[in-house]
Design a protein around this ligand. Structure first.
Ligand code: SF4
Ligand SMILES: [Zn+2]
Length: 211
């Protein structure tokens, strides 16, 4: 919920305006925890920045020869700002911290590479930051700033991983009910421990009325 609320707050005002923040949170029936997360975000928000977008879904294609080395990557970005010559991408986190450096997280490799071409087109430096909004997390992971060399290295790293995936011909799913019940692939996965139930109408064979 914090992602949608922050988007609304930024679209209709500023997260540094406490009156606006309280109004939005109350209108959404928000909890004290949500309010705390929004206030923790406001401490690190680049409030004077230009917004490039919120909750963005972007894609980028990398052609290559042979064709099996080409790939298409998609990335979700919670908020992207432009300020001080920087394309500043933020990922809001409400759970535990899984990495000490954004640069070590494979999800960030994809986000960085997908955003990289936009940063280059606009002549901006690219930065990725994780904002840990839960009060239990004291410190964000070290942010990641990428120059052209780092962007090219990230593309090579992604291609290397994708080639490894394509060369693997034996796959086994985790077959674990807790993971499978929320998995978006469970309806087609042969290893699912929680196979999807069809929610669409099934066509029944016609019953014969001939006597
Ligand atoms: S449904 Fe399949 S792909 Fe999804 S978590 Fe379970 S085993 Fe993995
Ligand atoms: Zn903000």
């Amino acid at each position: 919920m914090v992602h949608a609320v922050l988007r609304f707050i930024h679209d209709h005002g500023s997260c540094s305006d406490l009156e606006h923040v309280n109004e939005v949170i109350n209108a959404h029936g928000g909890s004290a925890r949500l309010r705390d997360e929004v206030l923790r975000h406001a401490e690190r928000c680049p409030v004077t920045a230009e917004s490039f977008g919120h909750e963005l879904a972007l894609a980028r294609y990398s052609p290559a020869q042979p064709a099996t080395h080409a790939f298409l990557a998609t990335a979700q970005l919670d908020a992207v700002w432009i300020h001080d010559g920087i394309l500043d991408a933020r990922d809001y986190k409400t759970g535990s911290r899984r990495t000490l450096r954004v640069a070590d997280d494979p999800r960030a490799w994809v986000q960085a590479w997908v955003l990289g071409s936009i940063a280059q087109q606009k002549g901006l430096r690219l930065q990725l930051r994780y904002e840990h909004l839960a009060a239990e997390i004291d410190e964000d992971p070290e942010f990641w700033e990428l120059d052209e060399e780092e962007l090219n290295a990230t593309e090579d790293r992604l291609r290397y991983e994708i080639i490894k995936i394509r060369e693997t011909d034996s796959w086994a799913g985790v077959n674990e009910p807790t993971a499978c019940q929320f998995c978006r692939y469970r309806s087609i996965c042969p290893d699912s421990a929680a196979p999807g139930e069809a929610t669409w109408l099934e066509i029944q064979p016609a019953t014969s009325s001939a006597q």
